[in-house]
Design a protein around this ligand. Structure first.
Ligand code: PLP
Length: 402
């Protein structure tokens, strides 16, 4: 059942500002290598440019996944992944080999009991994906569709839960990466907890840089991945929850073989061994990335990302760019911008790629919009370089034919 349908994004306000590019970022961070064919500046929302130490960890010694050193690695990574989402001794994490969608599918296919039903909150491509996952697994669900770029109506969610006691779980995307909107996790968490339901959160593009806390936000299931704001490499994703929640999965029917969350939990937590072969080298790199994330702290990384995002936004606003979302709805890691008049996305993308900068398209419903992410090991010089390249490409592509 659909609560309200209002699809299609309205263009954000035309922003103009006299702010200069020097928003402080370039003073704080030393400049990195100029982009070359071997070193692209990744402005797509993950995979990201990683720290040299993280990349070097991929070349760790060959190892067997059934030996104690592999078990120790997994235990450490699970513990660090738990800590980054605000978890403590009551919580734990289960690691999956696969991109973020593997952990999403493991979670959403494994947590809803036979007689349960999940309410999917959908205001973009990734909300839609949650619905498709539960549909594929034949899980009873209800979808509230708010429309791309529309905020989630928390009062409507409150009413839906009050009216429908059959809903046992709620699925939410924290940062809806398809539009760049940061959804109100804390408010929704409070409403879901008030009604005594379980909240499962896709925090894949927010964990590591946006404020998120398992306890404070009443998150029962938190899904994350290595290669976005945690600045690791692709191939590992994870699910964090309380041990009690994992234990309670025993009575939920198993709907998939490879992504059976309870099976992975029992194996990793009780037997201290992986269920299947883990991506050991990616895990080794992920541990390095988690160390750096914990050291910088979520708050510190959030500030760094915000400064970079503000530099991108101020720089593009100076160039008369139009933004998809109003300022207050934007996450700190991605900016959605309309392609300048007189050129196509492909021309913009290819021109920037030739200069060493990779921007990203948007999912099909948002034609004429491109994305600039600032996740990863970027600094002010990267953003200044991108803006200079943007100028060259736009002038070249929009110059009147001679
Ligand atoms: C990136 C992303 C995913 C997962 O995509 P993968 O390609 O499997 O890594 C899921 N949800 C959100 C919100 C994302 O940004």
């Amino acid at each position: 059942m659909t609560a309200s349908v209002d699809s299609g994004c309205s263009p954000g306000a035309l922003l103009r500002t006299s702010q200069r590019l020097s928003s402080g970022v370039s003073d704080v961070y030393s400049s990195t290598a100029a982009p070359t064919a071997d070193h692209l500046v990744l402005l797509n929302p993950g995979p990201v440019n990683v720290h040299d130490d993280v990349r070097a960890a991929m070349a760790s010694p060959d190892q067997c996944h059934r030996e104690p050193e592999a078990a120790a690695l997994m235990t450490r990574v699970r513990e660090k992944a738990t800590r980054i989402s605000g978890g403590d001794d009551r919580h734990t994490s289960v690691l999956l080999a696969g991109s973020g969608t593997a952990a999403l599918e493991a979670t959403f296919s494994s947590i809803v009991p036979e007689d349960g039903r999940i309410l999917i909150l959908d205001n973009g491509n990734y909300g839609e994906r949650l619905r498709r996952i539960v549909e594929v697994h034949g899980i009873a669900h209800r979808r509230m569709e708010f429309g791309w770029c529309n905020p989630i109506d928390v009062a409507a969610v409150d009413r839906a839960l009050a009216e429908d006691p059959g809903i046992t779980h709620v699925g939410l995307v924290h940062h809806e990466t398809s539009t760049g909107m940061l959804n109100p996790l804390r408010e929704i968490g409070a409403v879901v907890a008030k009604h005594g339901r379980r909240l499962a959160v896709d925090a894949i593009s927010s964990l590591g840089s946006e404020r998120l806390d398992l306890d404070v936000d009443h998150i029962d299931w938190c899904v994350g991945t290595a290669n976005k704001c945690l600045e690791g490499l692709p191939g590992v994703s994870f699910v964090t929850a309380s041990r009690a929640q994992f234990e309670a999965l025993e009575t939920v029917p198993t709907r998939t073989f490879y992504l059976d969350l309870y099976g992975h939990f029992i194996s990793q937590d009780r037997k201290n061994a992986p269920l299947f072969t883990p991506a050991l080298q990616v895990l080794t790199a992920f541990e390095k990335a988690l160390d750096k994330s914990l050291e910088e702290s979520v708050e510190g990384r959030g500030k760094r990302y915000t400064a970079l995002a503000e530099m991108i936004r101020a720089g593009l606003a100076e160039r008369d760019a139009r933004f998809l979302l109003p300022v207050e709805q934007r996450a700190n890691s991605v900016t959605h911008v309309y392609v300048p008049h007189g050129m196509t996305y492909e021309e913009l993308h290819d021109g920037l790629k030739a200069e060493g900068y990779v921007i990203y398209s948007t999912q099909s419903r948002l034609g004429g919009v491109f994305r600039v992410a600032n996740m990863g090991q970027l600094d002010g010089a990267d953003i200044a370089g991108f803006l200079a390249a943007f100028d060259r490409v736009v002038v070249e592509e929009t110059a009147p034919e001679a």
